[in-house]
Write a protein that binds this ligand. Structure first.
Ligand code: SF4
Length: 388
């Protein structure tokens, strides 16, 4: 085993838009089922506790031609709903027995409606997340939503989701989240040892692998990359933010790195780091999941900030704790949540004298030269500025 072998495996999973690994997982034990979910967050523990495989669907990427999907959306809408529809209409998602559409924006909400009309034989749920962060209102609402999902998935899988099963699944995901935290901490410490183009692929594998296997994979990557010493460069340390839903092409991440930036934190696969620490195993499991969501979760544009003073605090914390020297705002074109929040975050960074730059992308953006130039100039200006 070597870093190259681990990354090769992740790459194969990343490029497989027929989700063959999910098909193989189902075929290994007759009766197994898989449930897809859209970004950004769903409580995967409930799917896992039903004995099902949660599968993250992050669009079609830059190698996938969208033909039919374009007919369903206006041109001024991001690309992920079109490519997701294309995946569905071309039978690539037939391996899934259902889909969860979390309430992150109107586009995903509309997509859930389309799914109900187009794929009548599949389980489809628009999964509402609370926008009130008190236990008595948002918490009760969220527990109710999770309870409804638990009931649906118990029926669909034929496996009653008991509290014991849920706690066991929470334990599995706690381990997975710890491995992700270790990976992020390692990258922030020695970004030359764990380039984001690799870290991203390792994380993306978590969209299709069972969590137990994914945890092992992360640990394997960390062990292998530690053995293989790589040169340290005088790059600028940056936080990449705004890319939580539609994903940038891998070549864009590589371009940012080649331009002289070390990405020391990001929100690319936010579902895997959304809950910031372990979910308690000592409480009613749905209550514990709710409390973790409400009180110990990452911040993103699709979450409501109760107080104006809360806006940007999470980003500032990322910059500070990761030792970042600047922020790159990279959001999908037409992504309302990310692009509406951007000016507010920029204002806060400016107040704290933290340099930033910003651009937009689509999952199939092909021209990297302008982005490489922009990221390169940004990295250079940081280096010149900090040397002054
Ligand atoms: S990229 Fe933005 S606008 Fe598009 S579906 Fe995702 S969150 Fe919504």
């Amino acid at each position: 085993m070597s870093v190259a072998t681990v990354i090769e495996r992740c790459e194969a999973l990343f490029e497989d838009l027929h989700f063959k690994s999910v098909g193989a997982w189902k075929a290994a034990v007759p009766g197994r089922k898989a449930i897809g979910y859209l970004p950004i967050y769903v409580p995967r523990e409930i799917v896992h506790a039903a004995g099902m495989l949660p599968v993250g669907i992050f669009g079609g990427g830059d190698q996938f031609e969208v033909i039919q999907g374009d007919a369903y959306y206006q041109s001024y809408i991001c690309r992920i709903p079109r490519s997701t529809l294309e995946l569905g209409l071309t039978g690539r998602l037939d391996v899934l027995d259902g889909m969860l559409f979390p309430s992150i924006c109107d586009v995903i909400r509309n997509l859930s409606g389309m799914w109900q009309v187009l794929f009548k034989d599949k389980y489809v749920k628009y999964f509402d997340l609370p926008q009130d962060y008190s236990d008595s209102t948002g918490g009760n609402f969220y527990v109710h939503e999770m309870q409804a999902l638990r009931k649906d998935l118990s029926a669909l899988s034929g496996n009653e989701i008991s509290d014991e099963k849920l706690n066991a699944s929470i334990g599995v995901y706690n381990e997975n989240r710890k491995a992700v935290r270790d990976l992020y901490a390692y990258r922030a410490r020695e970004p030359w040892q764990a380039p984001t183009s690799e870290v991203y692929l390792v994380l993306r594998a978590g969209c299709v692998l069972p969590p137990e296997e994914h945890t092992q994979l992360i640990m394997q990557y960390l062990a292998e990359t530690e053995k293989q010493k790589r040169p340290q460069r005088d790059n600028a340390r940056v936080v990449l933010t705004g890319s939580f839903c539609e994903q940038p092409p891998l070549s864009l991440i590589k371009s940012i790195e080649m331009a002289g930036c070390y990405v020391v934190d990001d929100d690319l696969q936010l579902i895997q780091s959304w809950l910031l620490d372990d979910v308690s195993l000592e409480k009613n499991p749905l209550q514990a999941l709710s409390e973790a969501f409400l009180h110990r979760s990452a911040s993103t544009a699709s979450k409501y900030d109760e107080k104006k003073s809360d806006k940007g605090q999470f980003l500032l914390h990322q910059v500070k704790t990761r030792g970042a020297e600047g922020v790159i705002f990279a959001a999908a074109s037409f992504c309302d949540p990310a692009l509406l929040e951007r000016p507010m975050l920029q204002e806060i960074l400016a107040k704290h004298k933290i340099p930033y730059t910003a651009f937009k992308y689509a999952e199939n953006t092909g021209q990297m030269a302008p982005i490489r130039e922009q990221a390169g100039t940004f990295a250079d200006s940081i280096k010149l500025w900090s040397a002054a």
